[in-house]
Design a protein around this ligand. Structure first.
Ligand SMILES: NC(=O)c1ccc[n+]([C@@H]2O[C@H](COP(=O)([O-])OP(=O)(O)OC[C@H]3O[C@@H](n4cnc5c(N)ncnc54)[C@H](OP(=O)(O)O)[C@@H]3O)[C@@H](O)[C@H]2O)c1
Length: 295
């Protein structure tokens, strides 16, 4: 993150706190439908999920924050309750456990009185060549990034279709859910599954008035790499610049307000997706050339 971005984030946080304290309002934009929305965010303990929680509370949304780190989500909920007037609850849970998923949906409906938006953000990754991986690693990634999101959607649909503001599902996939790259095969597979599922579901749920937004971020400045199940791959390419988590959250919320179908984030992410759309054989050639020299 550049110094200018850091300063801009700091200033935005200070201004938000001042505004909320002096106006006893959620934010100047709380007249949008998000001001009445009841939203679940999985993976809210850090990174993109935490930034989304802060951004959505600014808009006055009522939130249920979920992650395995119980203490962290409760602390964040407590912090967000200090400002604004929205209801914020938190739940320590594991999205891969069916009983926890049921508790998350039922608990949110009970405490917030319904559900308008489900944000499937919880995710894990791993890096390393496929032949160095294990069936257990692949299954854990698929369970968290794909099956958990799909099963949460299954439980949420009956509530989302009753939403007075129009139900919405936001699936946080990745640009690696549009273009596979070496060293991340398991992760790419899980994100391709989520992207394809979201595309199919979007048309199916039109009848119930539920919208599906797919978010395809490129590199975001979060502790994602530190929490990977395994990190064995040393990419033979230069990493593009990372987007801050708060900027990422701003762009996701803007896409939610515009009810977009899909949004690709970061310049590097857009470059990868578009070059693969226009010249897939060139991307194949470049990646193969780099991997021939891989140790
Ligand atoms: N960072 C990037 O560059 C990037 C790029 C493209 C896409 N994404 C996607 O964006 C999403 C958020 O990533 P991030 O960068 O914010 O990563 P992060 O900082 O590692 O956050 C991941 C979040 O998911 C939660 N989580 C993981 N496993 C869980 C489980 N089994 N049950 C409940 N919560 C679980 C973690 O909380 P606990 O550990 O407390 O459970 C944490 O809050 C992921 O789906 C990721 O694939 C990230």
């Amino acid at each position: 993150m550049t110094l200018a971005q850091r300063l801009a984030d700091k200033w935005a946080g200070w201004w938000q706190a001042k505004w909320q304290a002096s106006h006893q309002l959620a934010g100047p934009w709380d007249r949008t439908w998000l001001g009445q929305a009841r939203v679940i965010i999985t993976g809210a303990s850090r990174g993109i999920g935490e930034a989304l929680a802060k951004r959505l509370s600014f808009y006055g949304a009522h939130l249920c924050l979920a992650a395995r780190s119980t203490e962290k989500v409760h602390r964040l909920a407590q912090h967000l309750r200090t400002f604004g007037r929205s209801q914020i609850i938190a739940l320590g849970m594991d999205v891969t456990k069916p009983e926890d998923r049921k508790l998350l949906i039922d608990g949110t409906v009970y405490y917030l009185g319904g559900l308008d938006v489900l944000i499937n953000n919880a995710g894990v990754g791993a890096s390393g060549l496929f032949e160095e991986g294990s069936p257990e690693r692949l299954r854990q990634i698929m369970e968290t990034n794909f099956f958990a999101a799909v099963e949460l959607i299954r439980l949420a649909i009956p509530h989302l279709e009753k939403s007075p503001v129009g139900g919405m599902i936001v699936n946080i996939s990745s640009v690696l859910g549009r273009r596979g790259i070496p060293g991340y095969a398991d992760y790419c597979a899980s994100k391709f599954a989520l992207t394809g599922f979201s595309e199919a579901l979007r048309a199916e749920l039109v009848r119930q008035g539920i919208h599906v937004l797919t978010v395809l971020p490129g590199l975001i400045d979060t502790p994602f790499n530190q929490h990977m199940l395994e990190a064995r791959f040393r990419p033979p390419w230069r990493e593009p610049e990372r987007m801050s988590a708060s900027q990422c959250a701003r762009e996701i919320v803007a896409a939610m307000l515009k009810r977009k179908n899909e949004v690709v984030l970061t310049a590097g992410g857009k470059f990868l997706v578009w070059s693969n759309r226009l010249l897939p054989f060139v991307v194949d050639w470049v990646l193969a050339r780099m991997m021939r020299r891989y140790p």
